[in-house]
Design a protein around this ligand. Structure first.
Ligand code: ACM
Length: 530
């Protein structure tokens, strides 16, 4: 009962006993995987799992890099195409142990029944966005979350580091970004504009970032940073007002929604963000860098003589083209440095730089348009993969936001949009990514509730075949939830929140939901013309 479901999984005669006499032999190329597995099994094995006769072996074979074969009998053998495959084989082995083995205080011995597994992923981008801008999550919480992604064989953590409500990464050249931009007075708690009156903040030092990136790399997770621009930048403008259009001081934003305060388009502002990117590129080896591009309101550019002058100089007829011009400049900057720009699907509006990757979020129309225009695509559809959306219709959901997105809805998701099936452009779909936006998620415990078990369903959709088997998934999940329980994950029960998981939310009024639906419809209608 492995989650995500392996390609092939069979019983074999015999069994393996994991106890303090177990030994581990690994190919030198797999030393890091071996070190990780030693750590995970330490409570059972007494912390040693020394090299020896090799009751557990990790070796390389002629397979794709993320593929593995796992055989459990009197011995455990993982044969993998590369370190990632060996890591996934080792993760599968852990799931064959009883759930109690996931407890930090586990003590063996544990018996594993004879098993043969053949496995490899369907998609190479199996991602999760974590918004640490709206609510800061401590480094410890981020590392724990990386372990949970890796348990589900996800391999991308998209860290949404900057937004109107917070700037979370130390930039040495511009210290006010975190001195000012990482803190806010209070936060909006729900639909109706109620405020909590509670100061909030925090940021990662560059040392913290290095630690997060290295920790993730050992677990075969690439951390992809997002510096959102030119919209969603009020925290940066609060720190450095010269980046904005008004010339008057602003505070770090306390409410959410799509704000009017956006970057100006002066050369000095472009240079400022290029300098920011120089430090970001130094910290994140990821080939992909996300520069947002979403939800940039053009009100201030329309009203700004400087922005209008810039448009005239460039011969641009519309503010959308100004945004496109700006994104092209940053795309050139990243391309010259050997990285690829990823942007939300708004970057399609007004023309898109050739190497850019589109993160399609407003439904799937952006994914279809981008793939047909020859761009690589990550399917991040908000109608299937936004895990901040409420999980049931009841008003006791904490906090009822968005439209209802159940576990079953997520499991039904297919990364290749229907319109692309049978079309060679489908090869442009690198994979998919769920999103955990945290306007209303202010703790790791609440994050657990929103992410699990929907994230397990998502993992099946990006790892396994296109066919869905809901009854089979339910059985696997029944075996999986005790593992999450043993790790201490406060997941949502099928019948809703436990008493202490309820939060005094702001009820989703019917008129708010209608407004929400109208907004979704309006967004997707402008995508239809691309
Ligand atoms: C987004 O949800 N604004 C990408």
């Amino acid at each position: 009962m492995i989650v995500p479901k392996p390609v092939r999984h069979e019983s074999r005669p015999g069994s393996f006993v994991l106890d303090s006499r177990a030994t581990l032999n690994a190919d030198p190329a797999l030393a890091e995987v071996a070190a990780w597995l030693r750590g995970e099994l330490a409570p059972v094995t007494g912390g040693e799992l020394l090299p020896g006769s090799g009751t557990i072996t990790l070796t390389l074979g002629d397979l794709p890099p993320e593929a593995y074969r796992l055989t459990v009998g009197p011995r455990v053998e993982v044969v993998a195409g590369g370190p990632a495959g060996a890591f996934y084989g080792a993760q599968t082995f852990r799931q064959l142990l009883p759930p109690a083995a996931f407890r930090r205080a586990a003590t063996g011995p544990f018996t594993v029944p004879g098993t043969y597994v053949e496995d490899e992923p369907r998609f190479r981008w199996r991602g999760c966005l974590l918004d640490v801008a709206r609510h800061f999550m401590t480094k410890h919480d981020v590392l724990r979350f990386i372990d949970l992604l890796a348990l589900h064989k996800l391999n991308v953590l998209h860290l949404h580091l900057t937004d109107d409500q917070g700037w979370r990464i130390e930039i040495k050249r511009y210290p006010r970004l975190t001195e000012v931009g990482a803190w806010r007075r209070e936060s909006q708690t729900g639909w109706n504009g109620a405020m909590d009156g509670r100061p909030h903040g925090g940021y990662y030092t560059q040392e913290d970032i290095r630690e997060i990136v290295a920790y993730a790399a050992q677990r075969h997770v690439t951390v992809v940073p997002e510096i959102d621009l030119p919209g969603h930048t009020q925290a940066a403008i609060a720190a450095y007002p010269e980046l904005g259009n008004l010339g008057t001081p602003l505070e770090v934003r306390t409410t959410w929604g799509v704000g009017v305060n956006v970057l100006n388009v002066e050369d000095a502002t472009i240079e400022f963000f290029q300098n920011v990117l120089d430090e970001v590129l130094e910290l994140f080896p990821s080939p992909y860098i996300v520069l947002g591009g979403d939800e940039c309101r053009k009100d201030q550019w329309r009203a700004s003589p400087a922005a209008q002058r810039r448009m005239a100089e460039l011969g641009l007829g519309a503010e959308e083209e100004l945004q496109s011009w700006l994104i092209h400049r940053f795309d050139d900057y990243l391309t010259e440095r050997g990285r690829r720009l990823v942007g939300w699907d708004e970057i399609l509006e007004g023309g898109l730089a050739p190497g850019a990757v589109v993160a399609s979020w407003r439904g799937e129309l952006g994914a279809v348009a981008a793939a047909r225009h020859g761009h690589d695509v990550i399917n991040c559809s908000n109608t299937s993969l936004y895990l901040d959306y409420r999980q049931g219709p009841g008003e006791e959901e904490p906090v009822p936001f968005g439209t209802v997105l159940t576990l079953e809805d997520v499991y039904a998701f297919e990364p290749v949009p229907e319109e692309l099936r049978g079309d060679p452009a489908a090869a442009r779909v690198l994979g998919a990514q769920c999103g955990i936006w945290t306007e209303l998620i202010d703790s790791s415990r609440h994050l657990d509730y929103m992410a699990f078990p929907r994230l397990a369903a998502f993992a099946e959709t990006v790892w396994g075949p296109a066919e869905r088997d809901l009854a089979g998934f339910r059985d696997r999940l029944a075996a999986h939830l005790p593992r999450l329980e043993a790790i201490g994950v406060e997941y949502r029960r099928a019948d809703g929140p436990l008493p202490w998981q309820r939060r005094p939310g702001v009820p989703g009024r019917p008129e708010d939901r209608e407004r929400w639906q109208a907004k979704l419809d309006a967004w997707t209608s402008n995508l239809r013309t691309l």
